[in-house]
Design a protein around this ligand. Sequence first.
Ligand code: ATP
Ligand code: MG
Length: 180
Amino acid sequence: MRLLSLEIDGFKSFAHKTVIKFQPGMTGIIGPNGSGKSNIIEAIRWVMGEQSAKTLRGGKMVDVIFNGSKDHHPLNRALVKITLDNSDHYLQSDFSEITVTRKLYRNGDSEYLINDRQVRLKDVVDLFMDSGIGRESFSIISQGRVAAVFNGQPSDRRQIIETVAGVAKYKANKQTAQKR
Ligand code: ATP
Ligand code: MG
């Protein structure tokens, strides 16, 4: 499984539709301060279901929508789409290529799509849960997160170990079942 491409349109500093294609191997992103490198990583986090505006350095979730610059008016919608090569079926899906799309409008409406079919946020989260990627994973590590692992409560560390070990999904399912 690997990331094939990323489309960003109206998300943060990306006023125009931008498509980044990833080649096999390692990719580095370079650019001046404030040019949008971190916004690219946040777009990936967001499309995989991130619900914390704070994690995305904003106050409210609608802050991720392009809010205008000196030569471009603000936009009404943010869209991020990732395309993954799943020919090894690493993600539990019959599809060998998977696209995940997330859209957010200024009025707060949001949409999630898997392979262009409308789904719930839960479906997106489930797709990535225990895969080692996804919004709760450790494949994207910010500076603050490193300190949190070392300085955290034992219960927080246990949660991290459970996520890494792949049991978090079963725990979440159990909790949902017990609520019913
Ligand atoms: P550094 O090298 O300093 O880490 P960077 O390349 O990671 O910089 P980012 O933090 O990704 O840069 O981008 C910051 C820019 O994104 C700022 O100019 C900020 O104004 C812009 N930005 C963030 N949110 C929005 C938004 N909703 N609309 C328009 N621009 C935005
Ligand atoms: Mg940065």
